[in-house]
Design a protein around this ligand. Structure first.
Ligand code: NAD
Length: 359
């Protein structure tokens, strides 16, 4: 397919100079990435319920005046689009992705985490699948050099056969979504068989409007026998790095918390650490969203599956909701996960979890 792709936005965010922890304006980062792919796509429309945000975005990224909307429905009805970036908060991902899919776009690139309930995650994947719409999620970190190099070391057998993937993270859901995705990347994109977890939730922690625990420990096992371990919040020090990959003959650390440690290092059991050159690339960039969108648009043009496909995102996200479900059931949860709701939100609503208001 050689025709240029027409890109639209659902949710533009504020201008980046006002970015903060409850509003990063991720749409602007997507727009920067589409601009780097200007030989194959054009940003032709955007919709945001805030007119100020929509207009600010349009001005910054050259969206034509007749492509600026305060209603998603109006944008989808009036502008023919090939690709839509969905950059709203998680509780809006599923309804707006499904709306765009029903409008007949070819591809939807949605921000992570997938959705606010496990039922909505499966529903959005299902509705895109049966309409032939490519649905991808912005787990861009896997395109970063430290993560790619860790994957290469693993594939080359530098640490022997893979036994365990671990991560230390702020939480299981908001940031943890990236880390469960990376775990799936290291282990060869596969579902897990079971998951078992405990959380501490003593102070309300809303990130982008959705509950996140204060601290968690989770253990799971993939269908090839590899174990996963996650520690979040104060427990993250237990893992001591962003990703810890353990093989039969050695270990790899991405983003070790030890002062002065390189972003990527590995060693044989009993040996000394060897640093791996990752240029100037860190845990967050630069250039990762550009590479993510290059893969997404490449998949549309070349009729192939993107690494950021819904199937991989479901494998990752099942472990988030499965971990919380394990807390609710006080036991190990066999997968596939059959619940439809969000267990942490349900436990707060029922009074089983009683986080005190923050501050
Ligand atoms: N990939 C990453 O590393 C990363 C980093 C930060 C945030 N995120 C994710 O990006 C997503 C968006 O976060 P953000 O920080 O960009 O949010 P934001 O608050 O900056 O922007 C969201 C925009 O959505 C608009 N909006 C709200 N309801 C709408 C509706 N019904 N229709 C159209 N527009 C609507 C708001 O007016 C706002 O402009 C979240 O899911 C967040 O988790 C991802």
């Amino acid at each position: 397919m050689d025709a240029r792709l027409r890109v639209g936005f659902i949710g533009t965010g504020r201008k980046p100079e006002r970015a903060g922890p409850q509003g990063y304006g991720m749409a602007h980062q997507h727009a920067q990435a589409y601009r780097s792919l200007a030989d194959i796509c054009d940003i032709v429309a955007c919709a945001d319920i805030s007119e100020e945000n929509a207009r600010g975005f349009a001005e910054m990224w050259g969206v034509p005046a007749d492509g600026v909307f305060t209603s998603v429905e109006a944008m989808l009805a009036k502008v023919p689009l090939d690709v839509v970036s969905v950059c709203v908060w998680p509780h809006l991902h599923a309804p707006l992705v499904i709306q765009a899919a029903c409008a007949g776009v070819k591809a939807i690139h949605c921000e992570k985490p997938m959705a606010d309930t496990w039922g909505n995650c499966r529903l959005m994947a299902q509705e895109c699948e049966r309409r032939g719409v490519r649905l991808t999620f912005n787990h861009q970190r896997r395109f970063g050099r430290p993560f790619r190099e860790a994957h290469r070391l693993l594939a080359e057998g530098a640490v022997g056969e893979l036994r365990r993937v671990e991560f230390g993270s702020g939480n299981l859901y908001d940031y943890g979504s990236h880390n469960f995705d990376l775990s799936g990347y290291y282990v060869g994109e596969r579902p897990a068989r079971w998951v078992m977890a405990q959380i501490d939730y003593h102070t309300t922690n809303f990130v982008f409007g959705t509950h996140n625990e204060n601290s968690a420990q989770a253990v799971w096992r993939y269908d090839n026998g590899v174990f996963g371990v996650a520690a979040t919040g104060v427990a993250a020090d237990l893992v001591g790095c962003h990703n810890h990959i353990v093989g039969t003959e050695g270990e790899i650390e991405v983003g070790a918390r030890e002062p002065g440690a390189p972003v990527l290092r590995h060693r044989r059991h009993g040996g000394t650490w060897e640093a791996v050159d990752c240029g100037k690339e860190g845990l967050h960039g630069p250039g990762y969203i550009e590479r993510a969108l290059a893969d997404v648009l490449g998949a549309v043009r070349e009729d192939r599956v993107s690494e950021l496909c819904a199937r991989n995102a479901l494998n990752a996200t099942e472990l988030i909701f499965g971990s919380w479900e394990s807390v609710r059931r006080r036991g190990r949860v066999e997968l596939p996960l059959t619940i439809g709701d969000n267990p942490i939100a349900a436990m707060v609503a029922s009074g089983d979890l009683t986080p005190a208001p923050r501050g």
